[in-house]
Ligand binder design. Structure first.
Ligand SMILES: Cc1cc2nc3c(=O)[nH]c(=O)nc-3n(C[C@H](O)[C@H](O)[C@H](O)COP(=O)(O)O)c2cc1C
Length: 176
């Protein structure tokens, strides 16, 4: 399906809706140049340094963590409703021991401006260049969140990705 370039804020409700359910697919490249999709259910989109930015919270244990650090970019992809099951799959197995693209019948397609590819079957793609990396500071975290989310000390790193290109399918709203 043909995609057109759109602005970073054109599909915010659709983007936020997909983040909540079924989750967004963050794609990065591993050390061998293989693309790896990972599901994120958290994140923030907004303005920093006068740039449109998506912040991806990735725990240190994820294969994706090293991939983004090495590559310096990532893409964020919104699945169509009929492929929603891929979010659970990409959010429960690791690219360390799975080729998730092949096993989920997904295809990688070149991005316009970053090295990490997009997922061809997705209806909306954000291309992000890492401009800042930050980590949860345990001492600065309120106790109830620390207890609920970090008993194992597997803290999130926040990858601030400047959104450098966005593409959408024309009939996107009908497929969500
Ligand atoms: C719906 C859903 C949302 C998720 N959100 C996040 C998230 O925001 N951050 C994170 O680090 N892991 C999140 N995960 C877990 C990772 O997607 C999961 O551990 C994945 O297998 C990591 O893949 P990787 O090792 O190939 O990077 C989520 C999983 C699911 C199913």
């Amino acid at each position: 399906m043909a995609k057109i370039e759109v602005g970073p804020w054109d599909y915010l409700p659709e983007f936020m809706g997909a983040m909540t359910d079924p989750g967004l697919l963050v794609v990065s490249l591993d050390g061998r140049g293989r693309p790896n999709p990972m599901t994120v259910g958290w994140g923030a989109i907004g303005v920093f340094w006068s740039k449109p930015v998506f912040i991806a919270p990735i725990r240190k244990s994820r294969y994706t963590h090293g991939c983004i650090k090495r590559t310096g970019d990532f893409t964020v992809n919104v699945l169509p409703r009929k492929l929603a099951d891929a979010a659970m799959f990409c959010g429960t197995v690791s690219g360390r021991d799975h080729d998730k693209f092949a096993e989920a019948n997904l295809n990688a397609a070149p991005s316009l401006k970053v090295k990490s590819p997009v997922i061809e079957e997705c209806v909306l793609h954000y291309e992000c260049r890492v401009v800042h990396t930050n980590a949860v500071a345990p001492k600065a975290l309120i106790a109830d969140i620390a207890d609920a989310h970090y008993r194992d000390r597997d803290y999130h790193t926040y990858f601030f990705g400047e959104i450098v290109a966005v593409r959408a399918e024309k009939n996107l709203r009908r497929r969500l």
